[in-house]
Design a protein around this ligand. Structure first.
Ligand code: FMN
Length: 469
């Protein structure tokens, strides 16, 4: 499935709206998209951007239905169910990509002085943004110089001039590992920003996959067929053959330029001023684009946009995958709600089988690839409570939880420089809380839960209308 197939499927399902009226790339487009996303509206296809011929797609993933369409799942599936099928696919064998010689992305190839990134209708999203952000759905492709490990990472990208794109690669991200190694070697890092192609390039590019595992392999296992890539003669990188747009070049591992600020997914601007936090940038040497390319964007900003839905889905899936790979018994469901940015809180439902089982789960969660980074809290509930049922989760936190007896605070965990709850100069470390809202397994005398009398409930249901309802 490429982006055009996805757009067609959304349109057939009544999940996409074409906007024909002229719209300005400068704030107007993003404001339409944001307000639409807050209403859980359709994906938007802006066909008429002021001064441009290229259309822009936004809001692709704001609903479970469109996430399900992208992943070939039933359109009625809940986010938790989609994440579970993701977990099942990725705990099987991963499928490496297949190399092909060409593809539709070769329709147009522009190099050197002919490159002008302002030829694309790149949106400015929020009033205090430092500029126009071309990469909100883009994934950066890089390769470890010492091995075959190819990484895809979704890092925001700002157009700095005609052929430079600033990239916010946060410390400890996989492209950061690669970049540090290139720095040691004293060489520039080959890099490419990919936009479009399989919609999973974005969904999986923004997923916390373990170091050393290529996102292409995860895409392969989710599709149950290899992702198709060509090997670039410019950088040697494997790049998807069907992207809408690819910006290819190199990143100097030492040089930095001012980038940002940007209205981030936390609902706040990104924190440090751009001169306090200069960023690496891609020196773009070649641009590939399909005939009639589509620029794909997402609005980020305050929850809930499709960014939060994506993070909720892919982080729920990877946390569940890790717990499964750790062979922890009894896991019933996992959920990182979009309201928490899709990352700051996690809930796990477990069927307890031994004393301390619920804390086994809680401590495992904060050790997973997803849970070790930025997570502020995990709530563990019994198996009668689905992790994505807020009403029941609050009931458990009220009726089964005693803060002093069943809370663990972890003082030092890895955090994100984008967390506005932390002081501006100390955002690398945060604390975490584990809330064990399960009835302790070892209790002899457990609270006696009220259940309706089954026979009477059936009788009442059968006579429901007679009561005047
Ligand atoms: C829309 C969107 C924008 C993101 N922007 C950034 C960013 O600017 N920098 C960053 O380090 N991570 C960003 N992330 C999170 C990363 O995509 C995520 O941590 C991913 O795991 C990074 O890939 P890696 O694990 O291969 O490093 C963003 C995620 C989304 C959904």
């Amino acid at each position: 499935m490429d982006l055009r197939d996805f757009i067609k499927l959304c349109e057939e399902a009544g999940e996409l709206k074409r906007i024909e009226k002229e719209v300005d790339w400068d704030l107007e487009l993003s404001h339409i998209a944001k307000l639409n996303e807050e209403e859980k509206g359709p994906a938007l296809f802006f066909q008429n951007i002021k001064g441009y011929n290229t259309p822009v797609l936004t809001s692709a993933f704001t609903t479970n239905k469109r996430l399900a369409i992208a992943l070939g799942q039933p359109q009625t599936a809940s986010l938790c169910e989609i994440a579970k099928s993701w977990m099942k696919a990725t705990t099987k064998k991963l499928i490496p990509p297949e190399v092909v010689s060409t593809g539709p992305v070769f329709d147009n190839v522009v190099e050197g002085d002919k490159i002008n990134l302002f030829d694309l209708p790149v949106p400015k999203f929020y009033p205090m943004d430092g500029g126009r952000f071309i990469g909100t759905t883009a994934a950066l492709v890089t390769k470890d110089p010492d091995s075959d490990w190819v990484n895809l990472g979704t890092y925001r990208m700002q157009v700095l001039d005609e052929n430079s794109v600033g990239v916010q690669i946060i410390k400890g991200k996989h492209a950061d590992f690669h970049m540090n190694r290139y720095k040691e070697l004293g060489k520039p890092m080959p890099a490419a920003a990919i936009i479009g192609g399989d919609p999973l390039n974005f969904l999986v590019g923004s997923t916390l996959v373990s170091a050393g595992v290529s996102e292409y392999e995860i895409i392969g296992s989710l599709r149950d067929e290899p992702a198709k890539v060509f090997i670039s003669d410019l950088t040697g990188l494997p790049l998807p053959y069907d992207c809408e747009i690819i910006l290819e070049g190199e990143i100097d591992p030492v040089e930095r330029r001012q980038e940002g600020p940007f209205g981030e997914y936390t609902g706040y601007y990104s924190g440090k001023k751009s001169d306090e936090w200069p960023k690496p940038f891609i020196n773009v040497k070649r641009v590939y684009f399909r005939n009639n390319p589509i620029l794909w964007s997402t609005t980020v900003g305050k929850p809930i946009t499709d960014t939060h839905m994506i993070q909720s889905l892919n982080r729920t899936a990877t946390m569940w995958t890790d717990l499964e790979n750790m062979h922890i018994p009894g896991i019933k469901s996992v959920y990182l709600p979009p309201e928490s940015g899709g990352r700051f809180w996690g809930i796990v439902s477990v069927k307890q089988m031994y004393p301390g089982h619920s804390m086994h789960v809680g401590t495992a969660v904060i050790s997973t690839t997803t849970g070790h980074y930025g997570l502020k809290g995990v709530i563990v509930v019994d198996d009668d409570i689905p992790a994505d049922d807020w009403t029941k989760v609050f009931w458990a936190m009220s009726m089964r939880y005693d803060p002093v007896a069943r809370t663990q605070i972890i003082n030092r965990g890895r955090s994100t420089p984008l967390d506005p709850a932390l002081p501006i100069n100390a955002r690398e470390i945060c604390s975490r809380i584990i809330i064990d809202a399960c009835i302790p397994y070892e209790w002899d005398r457990k609270p006696l839960e009220i259940q309706l009398d089954t026979e009477m409930a059936d009788k009442v249901r059968s006579k429901w209308q007679e009561y005047g309802f």
